[in-house]
Each structure stands twice: as C-alpha cells, then as structure tokens.
Design a protein. Structure first.
Length: 344
C-alpha cells in the first residue's frame, strides 16, 4: 500500500479556531487478540477528541471480542483508510505485517508489546519505527504512571544517593483466572508470538529500569523460570541483574494471587517504594527513619494510549520507548531466558 502524502496526519485533534468544529483523531484498531484491547477501547470511548472508525480482527482470534463499529474491516488496509492513528492489538506474530502497513500508509501506530518475540525479531522491526515520518512506538504504560515518574525525578536529583539494591515485582493471577482461555489463548503458543509469563510482564520492569536511570547499564546475572504442567511456556519467574553497581531482583508472572506491582529502590541516603498498584509512594530517609508518603493515581494500561494520542496533538506528556530502548529490552529478555536454561 503506497504512502499517500495527502493523508499524512498533522496534529490530529488539535483545537480549531472559534466557530469551527474540532477535528477528531480517527483511530483504527488492527487485531483484537491482545488482553489490553478493552483498555484501549475505553480510552477511545471517553476521549472527546477521538473516534473509533474501523476494526480489523486479525488472526487467529475468533472476532468475538470485536467492538460494534460502523465500519468493521475485512482487511487491515481498509481499516487504515481515513485513519489518523492506529492501535496494533494483534498477536505478536502479526506485528511485522501490520506495522509495515501503517508505516506505508503514513499512520502513527501504538503497538502492543512485545514488538518482536526475540531480540533478533525486534531488531528487524525497529527500523520501521525509526525511519517512519510519523511517530510509532510500543505501549509501555509504566512510563506514564505518576508515582514512577516521581521516582525518576528523585533518581535524577540524586535524592536517594548511590543505589544499593532494587527489587521490582509485577504479577497477576491471569493464568489461574482463565485470562488466556479465550481470544488471548495465543499468548500460550510460541507460533503466534507467546513469550511466557516472565517476559509478558517482566518486559515492563526491564523497560522501567532502563527509563528510570538511562545511564545505568543493566546486565543479567541469573534467572529461574517457573514451569507448569500443560503449559509450553514459562508462567513466571525471577531474574537477577545489576543496574550499574547495584544488584536487582525482578519477579514477574501469571500465577500470583492477588498479584500486584511493587518497586523498591534502596539508596545510601534514602529508600523509595511504590506499591498498591502504583497509588502509594513512600520515601524513608536518614537514621531517624523519617517517612514521606504520597498518593498517586493507579497504574493503568490505557495510559499509554492516552499519552500517545496527546503526543499526536502536540501535548506530549511521556517519554515513549525509542527503537534503541525496544531493542535493548529485547536483548535483556533473551539473556534472561538463556540464563534460566544455562547449566549450573
């Protein structure tokens, strides 16, 4: 599908002069198999400057989750006609084809993670993000969480002093609760791009650490992944890394109840901890163990699409992953899997 210069989006959704209607950002959804589809639909539904114009089911999902729209599209090409932006919520195996189409059509795309199932696959797709004249990136929503943005500020200011230890956890009971029994069953199959419980959630933690302190080098030192009878992929696990000179433990997976999010960064001068789904942040400093507590809005998967749409409207409020960020995270995830099977 050749690019049409006349269809290049320019500041979709921006405020129009008085007396004229505001142009809405017309959004096409490509693929309906991702577990965050409903989060994206909710964002579009409540955004007065956005309009869902087309949905293409993709494969191999059944289409039962497809929202009711005026223009259900039998092909991705048709779904992109007249769209200002796209959300790629397909199986990971479909990312290359769909991203090639959005790039050729000049349509910015927010792609669900992972971009590719391996570092090699991500490296092949990253140039599509780097060379396109329209912004496209992956939906790493932890970068949007207010509490985690606050942690980044504290680290940038040096408020914690040299970092001594980091622990991060991102888990849920999705496998136990049947989340992967329906349209999302593809996430358990390598053929369709399933990567396992650790990579599914651990990708967010690795990206988060890289974003919190970009100058600190992350290296994988060891890993243990959990297997479950009847599952071809791991259901979670633990990885040990170094973040600069500081040791890091990462726990991610699908079989923890109730699950949740936790980040604890211990420094020589202070410790910051974010818990309760990102709503509570505490900083403890000094020998007197003085505490400072803050409450923030919770971590939400839909926040990435909100930030992505704002960036198209020249109201950017996040730092989207760059192609280099995406490739580096994929390299580290590959290293985790190698460490988990390495002989001891």
């Amino acid at each position: 599908m050749p690019a049409d210069p006349s269809r290049q989006p320019s500041a979709p959704g921006r405020t129009a002069p008085a007396g004229r209607l505001m142009k809405k950002t017309r959004i096409a959804i490509l693929g309906t198999g991702h577990v965050h589809l409903r989060d994206h639909l909710a964002v579009i539904a409540r955004d007065p400057e956005a309009e869902l114009v087309a949905v293409h089911d993709g494969a191999p999902v059944t289409g039962a989750s497809r929202p009711s729209v005026a223009r259900p599209s039998p092909s991705a090409e048709q779904a992109l006609e007249g769209a200002d932006a796209a959300v790629i919520a397909s199986t990971t195996a479909e990312h290359r084809r769909l991203l090639e189409l959005t790039t050729a059509a000049g349509v910015p795309a927010l792609v669900e993670k992972p971009l590719g199932t391996t570092a090699r696959a991500a490296a092949r797709l990253a140039p599509l993000l780097a060379t396109t004249t329209v912004p496209s990136t992956t939906a790493m929503f932890l970068r949007c969480a207010p509490a985690l943005r606050r942690v980044r500020t504290l680290l940038t200011q040096g408020a914690l002093g040299p970092v001594a230890h980091v622990h991060a956890r991102f888990t849920h009971p999705g496998l136990l609760d049947g989340v992967f029994a329906g349209d999302a069953a593809w996430m358990l199959t390598p053929e369709h791009g399933g990567t396992g419980g650790f990579a599914d959630l651990g990708i967010h933690l690795i990206d988060l650490l890289s974003w919190l302190a970009p100058r600190q080098r992350l290296q994988v030192r060891g890993a243990e992944l959990t297997r479950r009878h009847g599952c071809r992929l791991d259901v979670g696990g633990l990885a040990l890394l170094t973040w600069g000179d500081a040791p890091v433990s990462l726990h991610a997976g699908w079989t923890s109840r109730p699950g949740g999010f936790l980040l604890r960064v211990e420094g020589e001068q202070a410790t910051v901890e974010v818990g309760a789904q990102g709503t509570e942040l505490s900083v403890v400093t000094g020998r007197a163990v003085r505490g400072h507590h803050e409450r923030h809005p919770p971590i939400r998967a839909g926040a990435a699409l909100e930030a992505f749409l704002d960036s198209l409207r020249a109201r950017s409020r996040w730092d989207p992953p760059t192609p280099a960020d995406i490739e580096n995270t994929a390299v580290l995830l590959d290293a985790v899997h190698r460490a988990a099977v390495a002989p001891r």
